[in-house]
Design a protein around this ligand. Structure first.
Ligand SMILES: Cc1cc2nc3c(=O)[nH]c(=O)nc-3n(C[C@H](O)[C@H](O)[C@H](O)COP(=O)(O)OP(=O)(O)OC[C@H]3O[C@@H](n4cnc5c(N)ncnc54)[C@H](O)[C@@H]3O)c2cc1C
Length: 573
């Protein structure tokens, strides 16, 4: 059955449809009586229907296919890849095969202490059998340890995602006493560039080539909007809306696996679930929380909706919906610092991206404001000349690159006036926030203090450059003979100076329906909803507030894709 419901829609309108009010009407679940279920004419039938063809969907489809199933991927965008296509595609795989081969020990008990310490620091207790985690969190974290490596090895051996290992790459808290295997857990797509900037493109290319080679059907421009449920409550298929405006219904004999990403691009969900002001992010624009809306008709338990994989982003680019928007993974520049609207430094600029973001949402209860709602990165000509990079969200870009997010001034006073003007342009997005009257005076004092620290090499306020991960993301620098700390250098006494506005953003969100460790979506009694699975950012991640390491999203996602495919096939990993 292929039923026309609206005139052919442009891709843009098709994508936007859910963000607007149409979403509530279009999304959900259809419960069918036994008779209706047998009467319904599906357009196609597969063993496994995978919704979303990104970082979770492609591996889930591949694992299902390699178990002998007939598999289709229904993808909303015009091509597969999702957010994963933009990613560096590091994937964090504890106790991975190259580590074992190299004799790097990574016992499960140590790994569990590391992840528990960071996911639920307020409850962490190393003396407790489950370390302070809930049963669910403990089981989910164990599953990552048990399955990430077998999953990565299988993808590699089938030629879908051959990997490269760099034993020196650290976790983000490599110096914590709980981290007994601080280096070596990250894998990279083998054919990616050494800069790793094209990892996602490579991984999506190799995985989708393997999908086509091995007979997985891929239908793009197909937005899943409903699950079809039989009388017993089992999910038996999905209804999707094609770009041409027709309905396409697919029966799933064994399982429907959702991998439709998070809700970064649904401002309503963002505003109501995330903490503080988050200005969108760099997830695929098609990630609009569709599974939250679809599953809300199914008696599911939403978990960890308040957390996301965060990264600072350029305010200019976020507001312009600039396709080149990326998280500021690499806060380039040594003669560079961040200040708030009072001209005060409030954070170690080189902290890992997810961690810097906690600063934006600090609330001043006395003044009734977010003093750090937007931070301002400031740098001098030296940093401009030597630290420019087009990689991963760097605000300091080389000459000739798109630099519309940058403002300039020959003096600090001129710079302040240019920043003030830029903030005025965005006053409705910033709640009217502007620079304080004493901004320039404070900035001058802040730079003098920073310069003093840079000369001695010791940042007494924020300890910049003291942790291993800060050097990993430092970006290009020209090493100066008198430089004591590679992440810091005094800003010049004379201009020109440069600045850019930064706000909190997401790579994507990490809340959604709760699943068990086999990817089965659970109902409010904790029982699996038969036939319904979820992997990736469309379901709840047990990592809660943690971003354990580079690859901390994709490594676990691949593990759960592996486990979901096994379970859907009637087995257990
Ligand atoms: C710049 C950048 C760099 C990153 N680097 C890394 C990294 O190095 N390592 C790491 O671990 N993580 C990284 N991430 C995060 C990582 O990319 C995501 O966590 C990961 O891609 C999530 O996989 P997913 O399958 O949940 O979502 P996605 O990869 O976003 O895939 C979701 C797919 O579902 C589709 N979809 C949405 N709704 C529907 C619907 N209703 N019907 C059908 N299809 C639908 C979307 O179009 C999309 O293709 C990075 C992210 C960004 C933005």
């Amino acid at each position: 059955m292929s039923e026309t419901i609206q005139p052919a829609a442009s891709r843009r309108n098709f994508i936007k449809a859910a963000g607007a009010g149409t979403a509530a009407a279009a999304f959900g679940a259809v419960s069918l009586t036994a008779r209706a279920a047998s009467d319904i004419k599906f357009d196609a039938e597969y063993d496994v229907v995978v919704c979303g063809g990104g970082g979770g969907g492609l591996p889930a489809a591949l694992f299902s296919r390699w178990l002998g199933n007939r598999v289709v991927i229904l993808e909303k965008a015009g091509s597969v890849g999702g957010t994963a296509a933009k990613a560096a595609f590091w994937y964090w795989v504890p106790n991975n095969e190259p580590m074992r081969r190299a004799g790097i020990a990574d016992p499960k008990a140590d790994y569990m202490r590391y992840v528990a310490r960071l996911s639920r620091p307020e409850q962490y207790d190393a003396t407790q059998p489950k370390l302070g985690l809930s049963d669910w969190e403990y089981e989910m974290c164990e599953a990552i340890y048990d399955s990430a490596s077998p999953a990565a090895e299988l993808l590699s051996s089938k030629g879908a995602l051959p990997y490269r290992h760099e034993a020196a790459v650290p976790d983000y808290w490599a110096e914590l006493p709980e981290d007994k295997a601080p280096r070596g857990r990250v894998l990279f797509p083998k054919d990616g560039l050494p800069s790793m900037s094209d990892g996602g493109r490579v991984a999506i290319r190799t995985m989708s080539a393997a999908a086509r080679r091995d007979g997985i059907d891929i239908r793009t421009g197909c937005r899943v909007q409903k699950v079809l449920v039989d009388e017993s409550g089992a999910v038996i298929g999905v209804e999707s809306l094609t770009e041409e405006g027709t309905l396409y219904r697919v029966r799933a004999k064994k399982a429907v696996i959702f991998a439709t990403g998070g809700f970064t691009h649904d401002p309503e969900l963002r505003k109501n679930f995330l903490h503080g002001a988050v200005y969108g992010g760099c997830a695929a624009p098609t990630n609009e929380g569709d599974f939250v809306r679809i599953s809300s008709a199914l008696d599911v338990q939403l978990r960890n909706m308040n957390y996301s994989w965060m990264a600072p982003i350029s305010l200019d680019k976020a507001i312009a919906k600039d396709g080149s928007l990326s998280g500021i993974f690499t806060p380039t520049g040594d003669s560079m610092l961040y200040v708030n609207k009072y001209g005060k430094r409030v954070v170690n600029e080189k902290l890992a991206y997810n961690e810097v973001c906690a600063t934006f949402s600090e609330w001043d209860g006395a003044k009734g404001e977010y003093p750090n709602l937007t931070l301002i990165s400031i740098w001098d000509q030296q940093a401009q000349d030597h630290c420019g990079s087009d990689d991963y969200g760097s605000l300091i870009v080389p000459k000739g690159s798109n630099d519309r997010h940058v403002v300039r001034g020959n003096t600090l006073a001129e710079l302040a006036s240019a920043i003030r003007e830029r903030m005025a342009k965005y006053q409705s997005a910033l709640g009217g926030a502007t620079l304080s009257d004493d901004f320039t005076r404070n900035l001058d004092a802040t730079i003098k203090r920073f310069n003093g620290f840079a000369k001695t090499g010791v940042d007494q306020d924020f300890h910049r450059g003291e942790r291993i991960v800060e050097k990993l993301f430092n970006g290009p620098v020209s090493k100066k003979a008198d430089q004591k700390n590679e992440t810091m250098y005094p800003l010049a006494a004379k201009g020109p100076y440069y600045a850019a506005l930064i706000v909190a953003g997401n790579l994507d969100t990490k809340g959604g329906p709760k699943t068990n460790s086999h990817g089965q979506v659970l109902d409010t009694r904790g029982a699996p909803i038969k036939g319904l699975y979820g992997v990736g950012n469309c379901v709840a991640s047990a990592s809660a507030r943690a971003y354990w390491a580079g690859g901390g999203t994709l490594g676990p996602i691949i593990a759960f894709a592996y486990r979901a495919a096994q379970s859907a096939n009637g087995g257990q990993p």
